[in-house]
Unconditional design. Structure first.
Length: 324
């Protein structure tokens, strides 16, 4: 855990549940960073990935800062929609050309072109419809993956604050290259193993703690045929998971790169039902009564933090589907 999760993305929920303040400026900075990355054509991995559910915080905007964010969202959606519609037109032309060839003489090449074009047309039509939709669909709009942004609950100066963070931690002081493996994949720092907290994560554990709120989670496991498959879990009780996280505020010492707030979900040995489904770790889902103690840690009493883990919730994580 956690390959993916259906997380809380609407910050009003944090206000109602915890009386939290919203760091609206940091939300604005994330959207602005995405806009700037698009305009200078940065690689996709350097462009912030934001779940659609988070966009709905600003519809309609309730302040000047939210209005600025909404304008950035509208501009982004317009750009992506135009690109998708152009790509759709190209695939429709591809389909017409393939079917014209098939009308004269059926060939494997033309049949493959027809199949690929039809599949891409279906996919792009779905993307376009999704881009135009404004009504929340939690299962898709709230889903986050490693390297995506998600609202995280933290404590600063005695008050609870919600701040958007990248779900893929870059500990302060480390080189940005830690984000990626040698073959270009996202590194594993979106998870923090319990047995590594006093080692690799020693500058965060006991200092910078947060919570991710989520309803379900997904894992990638061996499919037994040399590949992998996705499996989907949720607490059978239906309770929201309080996922213990560590976070860090990375600042570029050269001042050339923008600062980064990022987090990692803490994992422990797997719950029996998760292990039976083929995965070897499970997030630490803390009890609500431990929220304040978790968010306000004492680095001189790490044993108290481990005690919170030992007293974690153990809902039965029901396997609700296997994605195709």
């Amino acid at each position: 855990m956690c390959y993916s999760a259906e997380a809380w993305t609407l910050y009003d929920n944090f206000v109602k549940e915890f009386g939290a303040d919203i760091d609206i400026r940091e939300f604005w900075k994330v959207y602005l960073k995405r806009d700037e990355a698009y305009r200078v054509r940065k690689p996709a991995r350097d462009t912030p990935k934001i779940p659609k559910g988070m966009d709905l915080n600003f519809l309609p905007p309730k302040s000047e800062q939210e209005q600025q964010i909404q304008e950035l969202i509208s501009q982004w959606n317009g750009q992506k929609l135009a690109e998708s519609e152009a790509a759709l037109a190209a695939q429709q032309a591809r389909l017409e050309a393939a079917e014209a060839k098939l009308a004269v003489k059926p060939t494997k090449t033309a049949l493959n072109e027809q199949r690929v074009a039809r599949n891409k047309i279906k996919q792009m039509t779905r993307w376009i419809e999704d881009a135009k939709r404004t009504r929340l669909q939690p299962a898709t709009d709230n889903r986050i993956y490693p390297d995506w942004y998600v609202p995280i609950l933290i404590s600063e100066g005695g008050r609870k604050v919600v701040r958007p963070m990248r779900y893929h931690c870059r500990p302060a002081g480390m080189n940005p290259s830690i984000d990626w493996t040698k073959d270009g994949r996202v590194s594993g720092t979106y998870n923090a193993r319990r047995d590594k907290l006093t080692l690799f994560w020693r500058k965060q554990f006991g200092y910078t703690h947060g919570l991710m709120l989520a309803e379900t989670f997904y894992e990638s496991v061996d499919d037994g045929m040399g590949g992998s498959k996705e499996i989907h879990f949720r607490p059978r009780t239906g309770e929201t998971m309080y996922i213990a996280c560590l976070y860090s505020h990375w600042v570029d010492p050269t001042g050339q790169e923008p600062d980064l707030w990022s987090c990692a979900a803490i994992t422990d040995e797997p719950e029996p039902e998760v292990a039976a489904a083929g995965h070897d770790r499970t997030i630490i889902n803390i009890k609500p009564e431990h929220v304040d103690a978790w968010l306000n840690p004492d680095p001189n009493h790490l044993d108290a933090l481990f005690a919170i883990f030992d007293d974690k919730r153990h809902p039965y994580y029901e396997l609700i589907q296997q994605a195709a």
